[in-house]
Design a protein around this ligand. Structure first.
Ligand code: PLP
Length: 287
């Protein structure tokens, strides 16, 4: 069976799946999304992702497109049709289709799209060598906590990273403090083994991987500080890493061309990655 997508009530061949030209997501980026990782056929932290989806919708005053039970049913059916074992489920909800006009339309129905993608595990090279990041000015709006499909600064930042031969761009606020990556949260480990990541405010997306890793860090008794850190502090940190639904926990060994610590993936980073993987493997299938 060819790969399928879900579009507004229908399962369609992925290659032919289309939305209307006056979908407000297309015209105004008036919508939100989620990326739920799938490991061995299990949706990782599904309810946390759906809670965040609800929150994003509420903050933008977009109505819930359907019940959570219905969203879960469609997710599972799409995964079944696509024989998805490892990868992710993408879901997007926009304010719907209406004649182009900035103000909220009357009576438009939220539009829902879901796709899946199979992914290979990260290569041994990434894990043994670590990733390079660059820093770029954070050019985004003041509500980065909403997972909106409006991602132009993130796209430009990521491309700047790729152009510089790096994997990710860490965005930096006006005070010289790192907010987060373009699609990942940013972390460092200090010389005295304290794990540091920016506190969840409107300045960052509160990553679900971030939230789960914070629980694990607290449970394991590691020292933790949720606070902003500067580019300088990051460059002189002992270790650095990033988290996201598709990366889990990945080591960073270079920032703006400067080695982090001894230039090799950090020991604590490796331990945290393993704790996270163990956590994901321990998850059970839910209906
Ligand atoms: N920060 C930004 C800007 C993101 O776009 C993402 C994921 O897409 C993350 C952080 C990581 O979030 P999560 O762990 O939920 O994937």
């Amino acid at each position: 069976m060819p790969r399928q997508a879900y579009v507004n009530g229908r399962y369609r061949p992925h290659d032919d799946a289309v939305v209307h030209i006056e979908d407000r997501g297309y015209q105004f980026a008036d919508g939100v999304y989620e990326v739920v990782p799938v490991h061995n056929g299990i949706l990782v932290d599904e309810d946390l992702h759906l809670d965040r989806l609800d929150r994003s919708l509420r903050e933008l005053r977009i109505g819930a497109p359907m019940s959570r039970a219905a969203l879960k049913l469609i997710s599972r059916e799409l995964m079944r049709r696509n024989a998805l074992t490892n990868g992710f489920l993408y879901m997007q909800v926009t304010r719907g289709v209406a004649p182009r006009d900035h103000k909220f339309p009357n009576g438009a129905k939220p539009a829902v799209v879901m796709t899946t993608r199979q992914m290979k595990p990260h290569s041994d090279k990434v894990l043994s060598e670590g990733l390079k990041v660059i820093t770029v000015p954070d050019q985004r709006w003041d509500r980065c906590d909403i997972k909106s499909v409006s991602l132009l600064p993130n796209v430009l930042g990521k491309q700047a990273a790729v152009d510089a031969g790096a994997y990710e761009a860490w965005q930096v606020d006006r005070d010289g403090m790192v907010t987060e990556g373009t699609s990942t949260n940013a972390w460092i480990v200090t010389g005295d083994n304290r794990v540091v990541t920016r506190q969840a405010t409107h300045a960052i997306l509160n990553g679900i991987t971030r939230v789960s890793l914070l629980h694990l860090i607290r449970n394991e008794g590691y020292e933790l500080e949720e606070r902003a850190f500067s580019v300088e502090e990051a460059k002189s940190a002992k270790e650095a890493f990033l988290t996201s639904s598709t990366s889990f926990v990945l080591p960073i060994t270079q920032i703006d061309g400067q080695p982090v610590g001894n230039g090799h993936p950090g020991i604590l980073t490796g331990k945290l990655r393993q704790h996270y993987i163990d956590y994901v493997r321990s998850l059970k299938r839910s209906a």
